[in-house]
Design a protein. Structure first.
Length: 170
């Protein structure tokens, strides 16, 4: 029996041992148990627990760095970002048909940023009395693109006065 150095941790290990008792790395000169032929299986370097923890720590630091730095890069204009402006265009009864009253609200949305993005536009009608009603529509706009979105409210009742508004959320 001879002592050999472990390829992973460098400690001395018996050449008869299957694995290093310190780190668990396979010993290259050990025979495969149960074969009796002394033929060795191909060995792969083991990954120690410390190495895994180090890699995991580096990965977490990289993710945190991206999450913290990305908003700063977007504000500086380095990373393309969509920015949206939403405005009321108008509201009318143009969606009404004979016997069915309907109120149509039009919202203008424009991408004023330098990157493509998605926005959810909400149109809301509020009667003088009663609950408000809202409808939503999602659009994807390229930089500089503008679109007028029409949303119909068949819930509106003839004879009531409504105020309306448009808003957006990326």
């Amino acid at each position: 029996m001879a002592l050999v150095k472990c390829t992973e941790c460098g400690r001395e290990v018996s050449d008869q041992a299957a694995a290093c008792p310190n780190c668990g790395a396979p010993v290259r000169s050990a025979a495969v148990p149960g074969t009796g032929s002394g033929v060795q299986e191909p060995r792969f370097p083991s990954v120690s627990g410390r190495r895994i923890l180090r890699l995991l720590g580096v990965a977490i630091l990289l993710i945190l760095a991206v999450l913290l730095v990305l908003p700063l890069l977007r504000r500086a204009g380095v990373v393309p970002t969509a920015r949206f402006a939403v405005d009321n265009v108008g509201g009318n009864e143009s969606c009404s048909v004979l016997g069915d009253y309907c109120l149509r609200v039009q919202c203008a949305v424009a991408n004023t940023g330098n990157g493509q993005g998605s926005i959810q536009v909400t149109a809301e009608i509020v009667p003088d009395e009663g609950p408000a009603v809202s409808h939503r529509s999602t659009r994807v706009l390229n930089p500089g693109q503008r679109e007028v979105i029409s949303m119909d409210f068949p819930e509106a009742e003839m004879g009531k006065h409504y105020s309306y508004s448009c808003s957006g959320q990326p």
